[in-house]
Structure formats: structure tokens, C-alpha cells
Design a protein around this ligand. Structure first.
Ligand code: NAD
Length: 299
């Protein structure tokens, strides 16, 4: 028998599948040109290869046209920018995603800011960051933070009035997530604290969280002693930990020590099968949004 305080494990695969079904149904109603997205990968980072492959497969499964462009790791800044510009001008491309991380000689923010903001389905362009800051719903919000909020919403976990602690201040996860959760919105309205590598006495802050979100990139960093009993814990981390017995020689681990933290929680997300699939689902949703916005502006 399950213990009375068994946590509710949030099934990211199930929620993502529901979102993908909605996207698939809407795409099926589109007559003529279907939404299209291009994925750009520079170099052969193994995690990036698998992320891009997954994104392409999921695009196909919902009827979104997609193509992967792989450039050598020594591509010059000018060559990459010229390619991005060609996709910006290509009318059959609604979304452009340049997979991070890029090789060190490329300035990621320069590349992200070169993407047409209307095709910026990853939401990293400064115009889209500004729109998020200004609570302008026309902008694109980065897929992982968007996925976290959608997951809370579809799990019925209210954020309004709650204290949310986000560990991590990256532009990809931590900062936009804090912005989303603090906005004046039914699925915002939270009191948000952002913690990072220079926060002092982290545990004393995380223990006050009703909703604790870890986006750190350190395997099993969040221990039971850092979590308030009854909290909701969202684990954004995806870490490859060497494991000779695993088929690929590594296993995926989150930023939360799941086995010791889960018994304390009201809700918790697993890794894998938590936030990861939500990110890809929101990418599809953002691509469809880009298609809609561009189609509306052509009329
Ligand atoms: P990042 O390296 O850009 O940022 C990590 C953040 O963690 C930084 O802001 C840093 O200040 C903070 N941090 C590091 N050490 C800390 C410490 N000791 N105490 C407190 N804060 C600390 O990483 P990112 O791109 O934001 O990604 C974070 C994690 O989320 C990674 O594991 C990444 O793989 C994962 N991720 C998952 C998805 C997904 O789809 N699930 C998407 C993006 C990133």
C-alpha cells in the first residue's frame, strides 16, 4: 500500500502529449502551407544532437514541417549570421531555433538577436525578452519556463500568492521563469525569489518555498533538508551522470535528489519524464503561434 503522504508525481509526458494533440489537431485544420521550423546545430555536442533529433521527430508527429541544418564547429560568425538571415527571409520558415550551446568563438546572444523576432520560437531575442517583461502576450516566451508554468496550470497547482523560489538565473530558464510567475496573471501572481551561485544560506531560503524550482545543472543538488514539507518541487535539471551499467554509459539525473525529497513533497516532477517533454511541446506550440502571427500579418 502507498504511504498516506505519497507525493503526486507530475507526469510531464502525459501533459506534453495532451498539448501535442492540441497542436496536431489545429495543424490538421490548416489548408495549404503547413507551419515550418528550422533547427540549426553547430558542431557535434552529443546532448544537442539528441535534443535536435527529438525536436525534429516531434515536429513530424504533429504535422509541422521541419528541417535540421548542421554546420561545422568552426563555422565563422559571418557565415552563421548569413544563414540565419536567409532563414529570416524565407517565407516558408515560421520558426528558427539555434541550438545552445554553441562553440566558444560564437557569441550566443548575438546569434539569438539576429533571428527575426517573429520567428524566434525559442524566445531568446531581446525583443521577446522585453515583451515578456512588459507582459505583452504577442511575444515568444522561452519554451522551458513556458512549459513549467503550463505544467503547474494543467496540474491545478495554483501560483497566485505563493512563494516560489527559483534556483538559477539563466536567460534560458531562471530569469524568464521568475518573470512569468510574478506577472499579473492567474498563473502568475506569485512572490518570486531568484537564487543563484552567490546566494548565501541557500537552504534557509529554499525552505520557505511553497513551490521550489531547480534549474542549476548540478546532479541531485537539492536535498531533503532544503525543502519545506508539503512543497511542490519542479526539477528542470538534466544532467548526464556516468554510469557504466547504463546502456549508454550514463544516466539522466535532475538537480533534485528525488528519492529523499519526493516523500516530503505534495507534488514533484521526475527526471526524465518531467519538464523535458514539456519543453519540446511548448516549442511546437510556439511554432504554431509564429505561423498564426505571420499568417495574420499577411492578410
Ligand atoms: P546555466 O548553467 O546557464 O545556469 C545555472 C544557474 O544555476 C546559474 O544561474 C547559477 O547561478 C546557478 N547555480 C549554479 N551553482 C549554484 C549553486 N551552487 N547554488 C545556487 N545556484 C547555483 O544553466 P541553464 O541553462 O539554466 O540550465 C540549468 C539546468 O536545466 C541544466 O541541468 C540544464 O541541462 C537543464 N535544462 C533543462 C531543460 C529542459 O528542457 N528540461 C531546458 C534547459 C535547461
Amino acid at each position: 500500500m502507498e504511504p498516506a503522504n505519497a507525493p503526486n508525481i507530475i507526469d510531464g509526458n502525459r501533459i506534453a502529449e495532451a498539448i501535442l494533440n492540441e497542436v496536431r489537431e489545429e495543424v490538421a485544420t490548416i489548408e495549404g502551407r503547413k507551419p515550418g521550423v528550422v533547427f540549426i546545430r553547430v558542431g557535434e555536442d552529443p546532448a544537442s544532437r539528441s535534443y535536435v533529433l527529438k525536436k525534429k521527430k516531434v515536429s513530424q508527429s504533429v504535422g509541422i514541417e521541419s528541417e535540421v541544418f548542421v554546420y561545422p564547429k568552426n563555422i565563422t560568425r559571418d557565415e552563421l549570421l548569413a544563414n540565419v538571415d536567409a532563414f529570416n527571409k524565407n517565407p516558408s520558415v515560421d520558426g528558427i531555433l539555434v541550438q545552445s550551446p554553441m562553440p566558444g568563438h560564437l557569441d550566443e546572444s548575438e546569434i539569438f538577436n539576429a533571428i527575426d523576432p517573429l520567428k524566434d520560437v525559442d524566445g531568446f531575442h531581446r525583443i521577446n525578452s522585453g515583451k515578456l517583461f512588459q507582459e505583452d502576450e504577442d511575444g515568444f516566451v522561452p519554451c522551458t519556463p513556458l512549459g513549467v508554468v503550463e505544467m503547474l496550470k494543467r496540474s491545478g497547482i495554483a501560483t497566485s500568492g505563493k512563494h516560489v523560489v527559483v534556483i538559477g538565473r539563466s536567460l534560458i530558464v531562471g530569469k524568464p521563469l521568475a518573470m512569468l510567475l510574478s506577472r499579473k496573471h492567474e498563473w502568475g501572481n506569485a512572490t518570486v525569489t531568484i537564487c543563484h551561485s552567490r546566494s548565501s544560506d541557500l537552504a534557509s531560503i529554499t525552505r520557505t518555498a511553497d513551490i521550489l524550482i531547480a534549474a542549476i545543472g548540478r546532479p541531485e543538488f537539492v536535498k531533503a533538508s532544503m525543502v519545506k514539507p508539503g512543497a511542490t518541487v519542479i526539477d528542470v535539471g538534466i544532467n548526464r551522470v556516468a554510469d557504466a551499467e547504463a546502456p549508454k554509459g550514463y544516466r539522466l539525473t535532475g538537480d533534485v535528489a528525488f528519492d529523499e525529497v519526493a516523500p516530503l513533497c505534495k507534488h514533484i516532477t521526475p527526471v526524465p519524464g518531467g519538464v523535458g517533454p514539456m519543453t519540446v511541446a511548448m516549442l511546437m506550440s510556439n511554432t504554431l503561434k509564429a505561423y498564426r502571427l505571420r499568417s495574420a500579418s499577411e492578410i
